[in-house]
Design a protein around this ligand. Structure first.
Ligand SMILES: *Cc1c(COP(=O)(O)O)cnc(C)c1O
Length: 394
C-alpha cells in the first residue's frame, strides 16, 4: 500500500456499491437480472415525467453555469412536503430547517464532520443496522461504539446503550444513529426506544434516518420541532424512485442545519438533480401511488417465506424483508451466502448482510420469480443444508 495513505483507510473494508445493470453477473448469457438487493423502487419514472425532466433540463440549465448553491427552491418544496407528510398544517418545518445532500450518505458524512472530527466525538449504533454510519465514521477516524439488538424483535439493547453512554469514553459519544424503520431488519422504533432517545442529554445528537418513511408512514418530524438535538434524514432514493439522481435531506434545528451547511461543499447538488427532485415533489402523488402495491406484495412475500421452517422471517415496516436461517449464527451466515449465490445464478440478486438475507420488494413479476426460484432451491431443505458442507465458499 502507498505510504501516504492513512492506516485507517488501508485497513478499511469499503462499502460495495451496486454494480448497476448486469455488470458482475456470474451467468454467461446476458440475462436481465431481478435486482432486488438495494431497496430501490422497481419502477423507473413514468415516461411522461422522464420527457418532462429532459425538457425542463434543456430549458432551464445553462451547462456553463454552476448549479444553484442555495437550493432554496428545492428546500421550500421539501419543507412543504415534510409538513404535509407529518400532518403539520401550521408552524411546521421551515426551509431554514432543511439541508440537502448528494444522497443522504453525504449528509451522514457532514454530520460526522460537524460533530465528531478531530477527536471530539464517537458515535453509537445498534447492530445490525445500516452499515454506512460505521463505514463513513471509520474513513474519518471517528470511533464507533456498537451495541446489540434483541435477536427476535431486533429492538435495541437499551441497557447496553445506556451503559455505553454512561461509560466515559475518549472521545465521548456525540451522535446516536437510528433507522426508523431499521435496515436490514425492517422494524420501526418502538415506544420504549423513542422514550430512550428522548431522555438522551442535549450534548448528544440523535440522528433518526427515515429513509423508508413513505413505506412505514411513521415519522418523528412533529416531535423534532421541540428538540434541538434531533435530526431526521430522508432520501429520494427509495419511494421517490430517484436513486440515480442522488438527493437526500436533513430536517432539524436551525442552528444544527446551519452547521451542516457550513461543512457542505458549495455545489454538492448538480442542477439536473435539483430539477429532478423538484419534479418528483411536484408529482409526488403519482410517484408514491405504487406504494400500496409494494405493501401488499410485501405481505404476500412474507406469507410465502414464512412457509419455510428453515427461515426466521422478520416483520417489516419498509419495502424489504429480512430473513435468517434457523441455524447457529456461523452456519446461518454460511447458508445465507450459498443461497444468495444460487439465487443470483438463477437471475435474482438479493443482499447477504448481517448474517441474513435482505430481499427488496420488487414488481409482482419479480416477487413471483423470487418465490419460484426459492421454491426450486429449497425443494428439499434438508438436502440444501446438507449441501452446504461441501458447496460453501471460503
Ligand atoms: C437507502 C438508505 C439511505 C439512502 O441513501 P442515499 O445516499 O440517499 O441514496 C439512507 N439511509 C438508509 C438507512 C438507507 O437504507
Amino acid at each position: 500500500m502507498l505510504p501516504f495513505i492513512r492506516s485507517a483507510i488501508r485497513q478499511l473494508n469499503a462499502y460495495k456499491p451496486h454494480p448497476g445493470g448486469t455488470a458482475g453477473s456470474p451467468v454467461s448469457a446476458p440475462i436481465l437480472l431481478d435486482r432486488i438487493d438495494s431497496n430501490e423502487s422497481p419502477y423507473d419514472l413514468p415516461e411522461e415525467l422522464k420527457q418532462k425532466l429532459v425538457s425542463l433540463c434543456h430549458k432551464h440549465i445553462e451547462a456553463n453555469r454552476y448549479p444553484d448553491g442555495s437550493h432554496l427552491a428545492l428546500k421550500e418544496a421539501i419543507a412543504q412536503y415534510v409538513n404535509e407528510s407529518a400532518g403539520l398544517t401550521e408552524r411546521g418545518v421551515t426551509p431554514e430547517q432543511i439541508t440537502l445532500g448528494n444522497g443522504s450518505d453525504e449528509l451522514i458524512r457532514s454530520v460526522l464532520v460537524a460533530t465528531c472530527l478531530q477527536g471530539e466525538g464517537s458515535i453509537l449504533v445498534a447492530d445490525p443496522t445500516f452499515s454506512m454510519y460505521a463505514i463513513i465514521a471509520e474513513t474519518l477516524g471517528v470511533p464507533v461504539v456498537k451495541v446489540g439488538r434483541s435477536p427476535d424483535s431486533f429492538e435495541m439493547d437499551l441497557e447496553a446503550a445506556t451503559a455505553a453512554i454512561q461509560t466515559p469514553t475518549h472521545p465521548p459519544i456525540r451522535v446516536v444513529f437510528v433507522v426508523h424503520p431499521n435496515s436490514p431488519t425492517g422494524n420501526a422504533l418502538t415506544a420504549a426506544e423513542v422514550e430512550w432517545l428522548r431522555q438522551l442529554p442535549e450534548e448528544i445528537l440523535v440522528v433518526i434516518d427515515e429513509a423508508y418513511f413513505e413505506f412505514s408512514q411513521q415519522t418523528l418530524v412533529p416531535e423534532l420541532l421541540q428538540r434541538s438535538n434531533w435530526l431526521i434524514l430522508r432520501t429520494f432514493s427509495k419511494a421517490f424512485r430517484l436513486a440515480a439522481y442522488r438527493v437526500g435531506y436533513a430536517v432539524g434545528d436551525e442552528n444544527a442545519i446551519a452547521a451542516l451547511e457550513k461543512v457542505r461543499l458549495p455545489y454538492n447538488l448538480p442542477s439536473v438533480t435539483q430539477v429532478a427532485a423538484q419534479l418528483a415533489i411536484a408529482h409526488r402523488h403519482q410517484l408514491l401511488a405504487t406504494i400500496p402495491q409494494t405493501l401488499s406484495e410485501r405481505e404476500h412475500l412474507y406469507e410465502a417465506l414464512s412457509q419455510y421452517p428453515a427461515f426466521q422471517v422478520s416483520k417489516s415496516a419498509a419495502n424489504f424483508i429480512f430473513i435468517r436461517f434457523n441455524l447457529p449464527p456461523d452456519r446461518a451466515n454460511q447458508a445465507a451466502e450459498v443461497l444468495c449465490q444460487q439465487l443470483r445464478a438463477k437471475g435474482t440478486v438479493i443482499r447477504h448482510t448481517c448474517g441474513g438475507l435482505r430481499i427488496t420488494i420488487g414488481t409482482p413479476e419479480e416477487n413471483q420469480r423470487t418465490q419460484e426460484r426459492l421454491a426450486g432451491l429449497l425443494k428439499d431443505s434438508d438436502e440444501f443444508l446438507a449441501s452446504l458442507a461441501c458447496g460453501a465458499p471460503h
